[in-house]
Write a protein that binds this ligand. Structure first.
Ligand code: GLC
Length: 492
């Protein structure tokens, strides 16, 4: 498999960004151990089962990420202090335990009050569906160690350890199945501030680790990292794959996890169901698909499988005072910029401690869903074309708070087009409308074009080739909305 090498630019992109992702495991490339594990990994990664998984993944293109857990009750405020007001480490709200250095026993009390009576799995899934999303991935256990599923491995879970007592993962799995949405889970395999000691930094990190901020140094569980993996993380992942039907498992933040552990996760998941795809953050390059970094859009097309991940405001977990919401056009830009470069987009929503999704996020998602009802053919199941974009806009997305600091402007020009392709069709996607009726698409110059229409309309449009490209006359009537999509059918 060439995936490792082609993912390199993505890995670099994510390491350069100011995100909470760590190094990619402590396996030494080219060492006898790595070579042996890779030789075992490759046939699994390229097996027919995995290829079926990849096919569905490429078909889906757009999914909902959900960060939800005990921290959602705090909404980013602990003892009257916001995330930004003191502490070290990332300011995203699900990091509250680490940033505010909340001792384990005290944090665990949040389980006693976890009773999100407004949680309705079918309602969440209905939002995802109306938003045009084809899959959902939820935090089954985040870095705080609390599981949202029924677990025999640890009582620190929603069924045994909270008054709510309902298996959230089961309810969502079933609601997704009913609605025809694929279902996957996030699982923090390396970091566990409750039971994972120091996340293996002492045992496997360099002498002077730069990434100390990831671990629980204030009140670590007195365990060895290897024991945590053997007694909690791996058995819980085994429970997840045994008990739930999953399309993907999103492991997170490998830091210095040894190669043998990353491999063991891969093998466990593969043995249960080879179609389940695993992300790159499994560590040591044993993933099935890449992640460009938190809120990062890569610069170039990458034809390997990858998934961009983004927040709808500036936090993954619910942050009660962050109302800097990505507007529909920004969300659309994210989707299109990722898909035209070959990726999927997994877009996050952080419901609050009652189980309510922020209404602003939902409203924005639904507007994008309206757009997708018409323009979905340019997204789902597509592949990147020769180039991803032409035009003047040159936005860079460089990390979770980047957009807030950079005060980005999402006014695109009518010369901006993003491209995708499927079978004999090329799609040119615009996020702005021109003053007059004519548009010029330069990159179509060398194509043998059969016909051109606008998605959502049946009438084929007048077009001609000029020295500069292909000039298309837009229809005289266009329904209200953002931009439009030109569908170009190529000659056989
Ligand atoms: C990071 C963070 C985490 C978030 C994730 C989403 O690794 O640690 O809080 O879940 O990214 O990509």
């Amino acid at each position: 498999m060439k995936i490792r090498f082609l993912l390199f630019p993505l890995i670099l992109a994510s390491q350069l960004s100011l995100t909470a992702t760590g190094p990619w495991g402590s396996g030494v490339p080219g060492s006898p151990e790595m070579l042996e594990l890779e030789a075992k990994w490759q046939p699994m990664a390229s097996s027919p089962g995995k290829m079926r998984g990849h096919q569905s993944f490429n078909q889906q293109k757009y999914g909902m990420f959900i960060h939800w857990g005990l921290y959602s009750q705090l909404g980013g405020v602990y003892k009257g202090k916001k995330m930004e007001e003191g502490g070290t480490g990332p300011r995203v709200a699900e990091w509250v335990m680490r940033r505010k250095e909340i001792p384990r026993a005290e944090y665990a009390k949040l389980a006693d009050s976890f009773n999100p009576t407004r949680f309705d799995a079918e309602e969440w899934v209905a939002v995802a569906k109306a938003a045009g999303m084809k899959y959902m991935v939820i935090t089954s256990k985040h870095h705080d160690g609390f599981a949202l599923f029924d677990s025999d491995v640890s009582d620190f879970n929603v069924v045994d350890g909270s008054p709510f007592g309902r298996d959230v993962i089961r309810e969502l799995e079933q609601a997704c199945e009913k609605a025809g949405i694929a279902f996957g889970v996030y699982y923090s395999h390396s970091i566990d501030w409750k039971d994972g000691g120091d996340a293996g930094i002492k045992d496997y990190g360099p002498e002077k680790p730069k990434k100390k901020l990831f671990a629980n140094y204030f009140d670590p569980a007195p365990v060895k990292f290897d024991d945590y993996i053997a007694n909690k993380a791996l058995p819980q992942v085994q429970e997840l794959v045994d008990n739930y039907k999953l399309c993907e498992i999103w492991l997170d933040t490998p830091i210095y996890i040894p190669a043998r552990h990353s491999f063991a996760f891969y093998q466990t998941i593969y043995d249960a169901d080879p179609e389940i795809l695993v992300n790159q953050r499994i560590g040591n390059h044993f993933g099935d698909f890449g992640i460009p970094g938190d809120n990062v859009i890569p610069d170039h097309i990458n034809k390997d499988a990858w998934e961009g991940i983004a927040t709808t405001n500036n936090s993954w977990g619910y942050k009660s005072y962050d109302d800097d919401w990505k507007k529909p056009i920004e969300i659309l830009y994210w989707l299109i910029a990722n898909v035209s470069k070959g990726g999927n987009l997994l877009l996050n929503v952080g419901p609050d401690g009652r189980g309510v999704m922020p209404p602003e996020a939902v409203a924005n998602l639904l507007k994008v869903g309206e757009w997708l009802k018409v323009n979905g053919p340019a997204i789902y199941g597509t592949k990147p074309w020769h180039i991803d974009h032409e035009g003047n806009s040159a936005l860079k997305m460089g990390g979770t708070e980047h957009r807030k600091k950079a005060k980005l402007d999402f006014n695109f020009g009518s010369d901006d087009f993003w491209f995708t392709q499927k079978e004999n069709k090329v799609y040119a996607i615009a996020l702005a409308r021109p003053e007059g009726r004519n548009i010029l698409i330069k990159s179509l110059s060398n194509e043998s074009i059969d016909k051109i229409r606008m998605l959502g309309q049946v009438i084929y449009l007048d077009w001609k080739k000029t020295d500069l490209g292909v000039e298309v006359q837009l229809p005289d009537f266009m329904a209200d909305g953002i931009g439009f999509v030109i569908e170009v059918t190529l000659e056989d």
